[in-house]
Design a protein around this ligand. Structure first.
Ligand code: ADP
Ligand code: ADP
Ligand code: MG
Length: 585
């Protein structure tokens, strides 16, 4: 049995793994960046190793540093959590070479399933339907365009190496194809170092249903039922639940059977998830069509809902399987009981286009309520930095029925208070109050279509939110409902008021002169790209600077037709909030 586990992660998942280790009598070793020297996971582990500066590329994503930390601390296994190196075959391989157990599947399976193109092949060979699509042999822009034409519009251009909703672009009109191919490729190359693209038919208003599977080294491959994850924003899950309110028993049997077939034919081991989209635009019922999307070769963010309805500890089972033990259950012994729902609490501002928030949690209180589990990675006083993703906690409610679980979750979210930075807590409560959500009618596009309206409908002093969670990072909220045209950096128009708002030091960042417009950074960020130079003419809506913060791309667009007067930032530079980026006239 494994004796000492190094956890190559941070935040709530690192704490979750430390808890499982402690129960099993396994020693835990945390790794941390300089930014996380006093983070909860660093303090909670039995020992902690500093592995480098704040940027993930120099710490949590550095294979040599993580392996060195494991060797020096004499860990016999590494749990990668999710994100970071969890789906990096090179990392699994490096563990093997260092004689360290990787808590996950064999490196070769990560490689195969990490290519969505190869994974589609495996699913097809296992007799499981994949979304109708095309893999262009010719990967040039022209080749991908031909694939889009063959698939027909609307289509989805996707990165073979994609993940976290990145490297994906919808095309509805022929005129959008060229731009979408380039955007998908650029995003995929930046995020995954691999710009290989394929094209799928866009399934309109689908449901995202995924199946938790588990396999051991003794021939057992089983499923732990499904999770419904259709409440998504920009292809990122926001609320997840089990069972899916959309599945009939017959459809559930088909979907879970398909998942086991894919895992078996992939030669899978340990915990994994097979994602499907279910097309309920027809009659639905037992015969509704569903398609394999991809396999995630790791534990998922939303694994707690499966743990709640099955009563099983997935991290414990991961450690057992990695130690070479058989799975501690049989398919027949596993059942789905009651209902569990998880909401992801993000440091982001729904009223300003969901822009991620960084800053200190000056106040932080988690509710303690029956049937409510909270997996979090922060504490009062913690700093949410721009270096990592903005997930701060997951709130999971369990009850005997779906309506009761929803009510329980809403009550828990209302009682959750966060001060110092804005969160999506009030927005989550609004979603739970929707009739469409209560009826289980939300498809994967719902929040992208309705989310902005839903967010701006949030009264600033909403009775459903804790006022503390609405405390802005700097300066007061503009009075009245926030106008999304002015405040939505995602959808393009940067905050004009930013240029005359007091800066972080409290003095006036200067006013723009007549006919001048100063575009500033809405938050601390890295400058990814500056596609314009002084003298260029830009059209309203054109991207003048592409920023990145908290793993998200933030395009800063021209608010009107203009001429670029000055460019005040460089590609690769880390800029502070309110820093001037570009001056337009
Ligand atoms: P899962 O499929 O396990 O639910 P996701 O696909 O949502 O997980 O996220 C996969 C990885 O992306 C996770 O490791 C998580 O850290 C990261 N991630 C989660 N939320 C965001 C976000 N808003 N932006 C970028 N990355 C994210
Ligand atoms: P990622 O690796 O980024 O998680 P996925 O392939 O799992 O990428 O897709 C993420 C989300 O995008 C899905 O949950 C679904 O909402 C949407 N999606 C993916 N493919 C399609 C498709 N062909 N049609 C409609 N929606 C899709
Ligand atoms: Mg996915």
């Amino acid at each position: 049995m494994i004796r000492r586990v190094l956890i190559a992660n941070r935040g709530e998942i690192a704490l979750r793994i430390i808890r499982a280790c402690r129960e099993l009598g396994i020693e835990s070793v945390a790794v941390h960046s300089d930014a996380d020297a006093r983070a909860p996971h660093t303090l909670a582990a039995d020992r902690a190793v500093a592995i480098g500066p704040a940027p993930a590329s120099e710490s949590y994503l550095s294979i040599p540093r993580v392996i060195e930390a494991a060797t020096s601390s004499e860990a016999d296994a590494i749990h990668p959590g999710y994100g970071f190196l969890s789906e990096n075959a090179g990392f699994a391989e490096a563990c093997a070479q260092a004689g360290i157990i990787f808590v996950g599947p064999p490196a070769s399976v990560i490689t195969t399933m990490g290519s969505k193109i190869a994974a589609r092949g495996i699913a097809g060979a296992a007799g499981v339907p994949v979304v109708p699509g095309q893999t262009p042999g010719d990967q040039s822009d022209a080749g991908v365009t031909v694939a889009v034409e063959r698939v027909g519009l609307p289509a989805l251009i996707k990165a073979s190496a994609g993940g976290g909703g990145r490297g994906m672009r919808v095309v509805r009109e022929a005129g959008e194809v060229a731009g979408a191919v380039q955007a998908a490729r650029r995003e995929a190359t930046a995020a995954f170092g691999d710009g290989t693209l394929y094209v799928e038919r866009l399934i309109e208003t689908p449901h995202h249903v995924e199946v938790q599977i588990f396999a051991d080294g003794h021939g057992a491959v089983m499923h732990l039922f499904e999770r419904e994850c259709s409440v998504q924003r920009r292809h990122q899950k926001v609320i997840e639940e089990s069972p899916s309110p959309m599945l009939t028993p017959g459809l559930r049997a088909r979907v879970t059977g398909a998942a086991v077939a894919v895992a078996r034919s992939a030669g899978y081991r340990n915990a994994g998830t097979i994602e499907f989209i279910v097309d309920l635009s027809g009659k639905g019922g037992d015969a509704a069509p569903f398609y394999f999307l991809e396999m995630n070769t790791r534990l998922q963010v939303e694994h707690p809902v499966t743990e709640q309805v099955t009563g099983l500890d997935l991290v414990r089972a991961q450690l057992l399987v990695a130690s070479g033990e058989p799975l501690p259950w049989t398919q027949a012994s596993v059942c789905q009981r009651g209902h569990a729902i998880e909401a992801r609490v993000y440091a982001e501002d729904p009223a300003r286009g969901f822009i991620p928030q960084a800053g200190r949690l000056v106040q932080y209180h988690e509710p303690h309520l029956p049937g409510v589990r909270i997996d979090s990675g922060v504490a009062e006083g913690s700093e949410v930095t721009v270096y990592y993703d903005p997930l701060i906690a997951k709130v999971i409610a369990t009850a005997e029925s779906r309506p009761l679980a929803i009510g329980r979750l809403a009550a828990a979210l209302r009682a959750f208070s966060v001060g110092g930075i804005r969160t999506n807590l009030p927005f989550l409560v609004r979603i739970l109050e929707l009739d469409a959500f209560r009826d289980g009618r939300i498809d994967t596009g719902f929040l992208d279509r309705e989310g902005a309206a839903l967010a701006t409908s949030l009264p600033v002093e909403s009775p459903i939110s804790n006022p503390q969670s609405l405390t802005p990072l700097r300066g007061p909220l503009p009075p009245g409902p926030v106008n999304p045209q002015l405040m939505d950096p995602w959808n393009g128009v940067p905050s004009r008021s930013a240029s005359i708002r007091p800066g972080p030091t409290g003095r006036r960042a200067r006013s723009a002169g007549v006919g001048q417009l100063v575009l500033t950074a809405p938050m601390p960020a890295t400058v990814l790209k500056v596609p314009v130079k002084p003298g260029d003419t830009v059209k309203k809506g054109e991207v003048v600077v592409l920023l990145e913060a908290m793993k998200m791309e933030l395009p800063i667009r021209a608010p009107s037709d203009a001429i670029v007067a000055a460019v005040v930032c460089r590609e690769g530079e880390l800029v502070q909030a309110d820093a001037t980026l570009v001056e337009l006239k």
